[in-house]
Write a protein that binds this ligand. Structure first.
Ligand code: AP5
Ligand code: MG
Length: 194
């Protein structure tokens, strides 16, 4: 298996680049944000619980997210590999992911981190909020809260993977295709080495 994490703050282009990467490399796209929004749309108990956190820009509790990832693995047993988008977002999630992959005799190949300035991120998200229907995009206060949560709770995840020498920073500003090329270059290099 070949597993990647696409890492980065809200609005950094994880979803945009994931769509292109899964197509090129034949990986399963595991976006916890998308899975949670589907649960909300289906009005499941998990979705109802998650919505109250997401609307405020807070993280959904670790055990809820980890359980969801575990069942996604169960539903995709023959996968060639996974592209994780928006997960792991806390060190506890990263540790849980390492364990889950270990059980499958696999691990994370690389963590590709998209780097974008905060002003550009706010601009992108407010712009997306005009059409996305995502309640967490329309209010600048909630967007700023998501950044604060990213700094406080998610940046330690970068340290976790830096220690494991898996962390690669990628410039996340420029055209979608330029960023995609930079990501592919890094992935191809890693694939050649393994
Ligand atoms: P999630 O859905 O993961 O959202 P996010 O991380 O806040 O990031 P976004 O999806 O908003 O941005 P993105 O990086 O995917 O960028 P995109 O490609 O869309 O999480 C939402 C919520 O769910 C969280 O706040 C939390 O409550 C909960 N949650 C999810 N996972 C969780 C977890 N693991 N643990 C706990 N809670 C969890 O691009 C953004 C915009 O920019 C788009 O309009 C796009 O068209 C545009 N754009 C993309 N690339 C470019 C470019 N190069 N130039 C200009 N514009 C661009
Ligand atoms: Mg996204």
């Amino acid at each position: 298996m070949f597993n990647l994490i696409l890492f980065g703050p809200p609005g950094s282009g994880k979803g945009t680049q994931s769509d292109k990467l899964v197509e090129k490399y034949g990986l399963k796209h595991l976006s916890t944000g998308n899975l949670l929004r589907q649960e909300i749309a289906d009005k499941t108990p998990l979705g109802i619980e998650a919505k109250s956190f997401m609307d405020k820009g807070q993280l959904v509790p670790d055990e809820v997210v980890i359980g969801m990832v575990d069942s996604y693995f169960d539903q995709h047993k023959g996968a060639k590999g996974f592209l994780f988008d928006g997960f792991p977002r806390t060190v506890a999630q990263a540790v849980a992911l390492d364990k889950l992959l270990d059980l499958k005799n696999t691990s994370i190949a690389s963590v590709l981190a998209l780097e974008v300035s905060e002003e550009e991120l706010v601009k992108r998200l407010l712009n997306r909020g005009k059409t996305s229907g995502r309640s967490d995009d329309t209010n600048e206060e909630v967007i700023r809260k998501r950044f604060a949560v990213y700094i406080n709770e998610t940046t330690p995840v970068a340290e976790h993977y830096k220690k494991a020498k898996k962390f690669i920073a990628i410039k996340g500003e420029g055209s979608v295709n330029e960023i995609f090329s930079a990501l592919c270059k890094s992935i191809d290099k890693k694939m050649d080495r393994d």
